[in-house]
Design a protein around this ligand. Sequence first.
Ligand code: CTP
Ligand code: MG
Length: 226
Amino acid sequence: MRYEVVIPAAGQGKRMGAGKNKQFIDLQGTPLIIHTLRIFENDSACDSVILVVNQNEVALFENLMSKHDIRKVHSIVVGGQERQHSVYNGLQAVGDTEVVLIHDGARPFVKKELIHELVQHTKTEGAAVLAVRVKDTIKRVENQHVMETVERSSLWAIQTPQAFLLPLIKEAHEKAMEAGYLGTDDASLVERMGEKVAIVEGSYDNIKLTTKEDLLYAEAILMNYS
Ligand code: CTP
Ligand code: MG
């Protein structure tokens, strides 16, 4: 049941438009990244956290972690140009674990029970991701006209954490790097190798804070919790 987790936090937060990396935005007085780190700090099944950050923000993250008493971050790694490069760098610092999780720093509400379900599935399936059923009708559009309505029952919105057997995700990242392939998530790098990825049904609350409106939703979720 044990695992290590790589947390990419080396983005710019451009779509949030906060004028700084969104990881440092306060939610109910505590920085976003601290909310995320606390989930793993408080999960005894988590052996180690590898935090991936921008070169010029290392000291900022270190100060925040010492202020908020976060002790499980055993490595701070410098990120890369794209999220995939940041995760790649983080994976190099993972220790001796069977299962590794990859979880966005900007996703502060994932629940421990779902993390554990994910880890269990990974042991038998090799790779597993949290996902929720799509609520909207999705249409494929070209030149501002509908091409088709995609059958909704087969559509899932994919979240993080995504969990993998360590050698599998390392190989997937190596192969993607060699081919110059950039995926929008880590599971897609495993999929392109022809390996299966299992779905664990998650929660709509496990949002990624991407644009300004997400901050309002995040505050509402936090109020509901306390
Ligand atoms: N991330 C990263 N390295 C990058 C880009 C993104 O570690 N080169 C991280 C972000 O910090 C975030 C997660 O990957 O925790 C998901 O990315 P996203 O939501 O796109 O965050 P940003 O890239 O920061 O935001 P934006 O795309 O709006 O600039
Ligand atoms: Mg981004």
